[in-house]
Ligand binder design. Structure first.
Ligand code: C2E
Ligand code: MG
Ligand code: MG
Ligand code: MG
Length: 287
């Protein structure tokens, strides 16, 4: 079971990794072996719809259980996988696994999968998605794709075309970590997103007037552009209530649940549903 704070192992390992090229090479070799040895796992963190008082879906978050080094954070190994040319294979594995898992959930629940900008260079991204949907039998409408603003570093028609194709298939395309990147607001309309994820850095200190102002304007923007909005990184009841007061109905964060292995999801859903029928439902009704 995942602890509240990302495990100390991540933090100990990270600085050493940056410093040591030899270790990076070793790790890249480990990654290759890990794909064959099935050392990767997906954890799932719920999206909570406060208005409907239900779990609306889950985000798949990749974990690497290294035989000697323990759990390694995706923010460490994904850049390495990109560098080692392994991100395509890893990405396909994530799509296949996440869709197969989501196909076992109630139909009202979506699955959100993070894509690295590098996956957009793959000639087979769209057919990989189609195959994951076909193999699992999951409806395209239940698959959400999360991309970050870094996707637009090398702005190309190709990226635009792929995003359009995703939308044409009925997928939901979300802009992750919104507000932390390089993006000009122009991307939001030009690249036809369905959904904005307000980054946790703005949620963390909602007591600060500046952060409330940013959250408020992002929610306003999403409404005027006819996009869905979700806030990530909610850790406290105060943050949840502040967001609710701003009219944000979908939320995600440790306050509701940390990312969990698939075996735990029935318990996660039951926990959240039970909390709702108690006190939290009252707050949701007021908005
Ligand atoms: P992200 O997609 O923005 O995911 C949110 C990160 O914040 C996750 O870290 C999640 O565990 C963490 N988080 C969730 N709620 C809270 C909270 O209340 N407080 C705090 N402090 N943190 C919270 P994680 O799992 O370590 O993933 C880090 C990043 O790695 C992700 O950021 C995403 O960009 C990337 N990533 C994860 N899985 C995949 C994957 O399958 N493929 C790709 N390409 N990238 C992935
Ligand atoms: Mg994400
Ligand atoms: Mg994020
Ligand atoms: Mg992130």
């Amino acid at each position: 079971k995942e602890e509240r704070s990302d495990s100390g192992a991540f933090e100990l390992f990270e600085p050493a990794l940056r410093a040591n090229l030899k270790q990076r090479r070793e790790m890249e070799l480990d990654l290759k072996a890990a794909l064959d040895a099935e050392e990767f796992e997906l954890y799932y963190q719920p999206f909570v719809d406060m208005a409907d008082k239900r779990v609306s879906g889950f985000e798949a978050l990749l974990r690497w259980r290294h035989p000697e080094k323990g759990m390694i954070s995706p923010s460490v190994f994904i850049p390495l996988a990109e560098e080692a040319g392994l991100i395509e294979r890893l990405g396909v594995w994530c799509l296949e696994t996440a869709c197969a898992e989501a196909a076992t959930w109630p139909e009202s629940m979506t699955i959100s999968v993070n894509l690295s900008p590098m996956q957009f260079k793959s000639a087979t991204l769209l057919s990989d998605i189609d195959r994951a949907l076909n193999n699992s039998g999951l409806a395209a409408e239940r698959l959400q794709i999360e991309v970050t603003e870094s996707l637009f570093l090398d702005e190309s028609d190709r990226v635009l075309d792929i995003l359009k194709e995703m939308r044409r298939r009925g997928l939901t395309v979300s802009m992750d970590d919104f507000g932390t990147g390089y993006s000009s607001l122009g991307y939001l309309s030009r690249f036809s997103f369905n959904k904005i994820k307000i980054d946790q850095s703005f949620v963390r200190d909602m007591g600060r007037a500046e952060n409330i102002a940013i959250v408020r304007s992002v929610i306003g923007l999403s409404k005027s552009l006819n996009m869905q909005v979700i806030a990530e990184g909610i850790e406290t009841e105060d943050q949840m209530r502040a967001l609710l007061a701003e009219g944000c109905r979908e939320m995600q964060g440790y306050f509701f649940s940390t990312p969990q292995p698939k075996e735990e999801l029935p318990r996660v859903i039951a926990d959240i549903t039970n909390r709702w029928t108690r006190d939290l439902g009252v707050a949701a009704e007021k908005t």
